[in-house]
Design a protein around this ligand. Structure first.
Ligand SMILES: Cc1cc2nc3c(=O)[nH]c(=O)nc-3n(C[C@H](O)[C@H](O)[C@H](O)COP(=O)(O)OP(=O)(O)OC[C@H]3O[C@@H](n4cnc5c(N)ncnc54)[C@H](O)[C@@H]3O)c2cc1C
Ligand SMILES: *[C@@H]1O[C@H](CO)[C@@H](O)[C@H](O)[C@H]1NC(C)=O
Ligand SMILES: *[C@@H]1O[C@H](CO)[C@@H](O)[C@H](O)[C@H]1NC(C)=O
Ligand SMILES: *[C@@H]1O[C@H](CO)[C@@H](O)[C@H](O)[C@H]1NC(C)=O
Ligand SMILES: *[C@@H]1O[C@H](CO)[C@@H](O)[C@H](O)[C@H]1NC(C)=O
Length: 419
């Protein structure tokens, strides 16, 4: 069997790993010229930890941990308060926004890529995209690459992210729903200075803006602005910038964050020379059906949940495992739609559960006025004290923080992946 994957982010290379384990021939095309190093800390939760364990990559992932000590809030005078230290494996005496399974998104993509690229029957083509799907029928799926090559595969997996162009080409527009979460985020990397520390420092500026700095394992600092628009016109302004070029985005950020306070000016000054700059619109993707004929969507392409859920990466990893597993069960000559239906049947309920973002959460952490910010600081200080009081944590910890250690999604067992 020959499988073509579009996109080498998180979902693509993890799918390639399991398909190749099942003896399937895999080609992955990636638009960029290398694995993109962009992005900040992402967390591997619950069952996805079991999946990376099956891949034998736990130690590799821990090796690339973000070195973050925990999270702390910054007050209007620039002083830290309400610290939440990192959660250590197997202990339930502390809880935190940082977990041991946190790694930079770009590092995780590279770990998966490195674990697959040398394998027999696995090929990566960079600077290459599928330009056109020529046919998708009972026999095969035929595509034309950007370099003019025409090739035939048994199935095509779209793992090219939230804004997949191929998804648009292959699925009717009314079957794809974009759910706006009323929030924007911008990420980039800046040089470290002597006053920086190894905490995730979060400053809630007034006017629904957040400024944050966190360490990485490379001696640099990852900067982030997030913003919730104040009204519909404001939202449109941000959407327009998101679709525009980097200059337009820089102009907007300058206009909107110059008076934010704390280290906002330092961050603004560093944007023009940042090697990586990623502007994200918090929008979820929901599809009526994940497949059509021999083409199936995986990861953010099918069900982007937004970073607000903290589940984007785990959903991509679990999804890759189940999809590969169901494909591995196909009998000689059986139509891949059989595997696609089984995969969607098993996995969709979990996905829908994870896409539920508490509606008030983003608004709560983005205060617009001083009163609101004061409330947040009270709550955070109280919680931070609870964290250091072991006997209280069990119940409240589960309610407020959802760092999942156990199996949140029941992973099916597949013969092809057992050693
Ligand atoms: C640059 C970048 C930075 C991110 N930063 C964060 C972050 O800081 N925090 C967070 O929570 N989430 C971040 N995300 C999203 C996060 O990676 C996903 O939510 C999750 O890991 C699921 O991954 P995925 O593989 O489905 O999609 P993605 O990680 O988006 O990967 C898609 C891949 O497809 C490639 N691609 C796009 N178009 C084409 C095409 N036409 N043909 C071939 N390849 C194509 C992209 O270059 C990318 O490598 C980021 C995504 C990207 C692309
Ligand atoms: C690679 O593919 C060939 C042809 O299908 C197959 O004979 C071989 O066993 C595969 N190799 C691996 C390591 O799966
Ligand atoms: C986390 O990263 C640091 C520095 O990169 C390293 O020294 C440490 O051993 C890592 N932790 C684990 C558990 O691998
Ligand atoms: C975690 O909590 C449970 C129940 O609250 C307790 O039985 C267990 O001993 C705790 N584990 C650790 C490592 O503290
Ligand atoms: C991947 O492999 C390359 C080349 O061997 C190496 O430079 C890089 O550090 C590796 N990255 C990860 C995250 O394993």
């Amino acid at each position: 069997m020959r499988v073509l994957i579009s996109g080498a982010g998180i979902a693509g290379p993890s799918l390639a790993w399991f398909l190749s384990k099942a003896g399937i021939i895999v080609t992955t095309v990636e638009k960029a010229s290398s694995i993109l190093p962009h992005g900040q800390n992402i967390d591997i939760q619950g069952s996805a930890r079991k999946v990376v364990q099956k891949m034998g990559l736990v130690n590799e992932i821990l090796k690339y941990n973000t070195t973050e000590k925990g999270t702390q809030l910054i007050n209007s005078k620039g002083r830290p308060f309400a610290p939440f230290p990192v959660q250590k494996k197997g202990s339930n005496t502390s809880m935190s926004f940082t977990s041991e399974f946190e790694i930079l998104r770009g590092d995780l993509a590279a770990v998966f890529y490195n674990a697959t690229r040398g394998k027999e029957n696995v090929t990566y083509l960079f600077d290459t995209v599928v330009k056109d799907v020529i046919s998708n029928d009972d026999e095969s799926v035929k595509v034309e690459f950007s370099n003019g090559d025409v090739q035939t595969y048994d199935l095509l997996v779209l793992a090219d992210g939230q804004w997949s162009k191929l998804r648009k080409q292959c699925f009717p527009p009314e079957s794809i729903k974009v759910v706006d979460k009323d929030m924007f985020a911008v990420y980039w990397t800046i040089p470290r200075i002597s006053t920086d520390n190894d905490w995730w420092n979060v400053y809630a500026a007034l006017g629904r803006r957040i400024v944050s700095l966190r360490p990485d394992p490379y001696g640099t600092i990852r900067a982030m602005f997030t913003r919730m628009p104040l009204n519909e016109q404001h939202r449109q302004e941000w959407i327009t910038a998101a679709r525009g070029d980097r200059r337009t985005q820089e102009e907007l950020l300058k206009k909107e964050f110059t008076d934010a306070g704390w280290q906002a000016q330092r961050l603004l000054d560093s944007i023009p020379t940042a090697p990586d700059f990623y502007f994200q619109v918090m929008q979820q993707i929901k599809m009526d059906k994940w497949s059509t004929g021999r083409i199936i969507c995986l990861g953010d392409t099918a069900y982007a949940p937004t970073p607000l859920t903290g589940m984007g990466t785990s959903l991509a990893i679990n999804g890759a495992y189940v999809l590969a597993g169901e494909i591995s069960k196909l009998k000689e000559g059986e139509h891949p739609q059989v595997a696609f239906e089984r995969y969607e049947g098993i996995y969709r309920p979990f996905v829908e559960e994870q896409q539920k973002v508490p509606a008030l959460l983003p608004g709560f952490v983005h205060p617009d006025g001083r009163g609101h910010r004061f409330l947040i600081s009270l709550l955070a200080s109280a919680l931070s004290r609870v964290v250091r009081t072991p006997w209280l944590v069990g119940g409240i910890g589960k309610m407020v923080f959802d760092d999942v250690e156990g199996e949140d999604f029941r992973l099916p067992r597949y013969e092809a992946f057992e050693d």
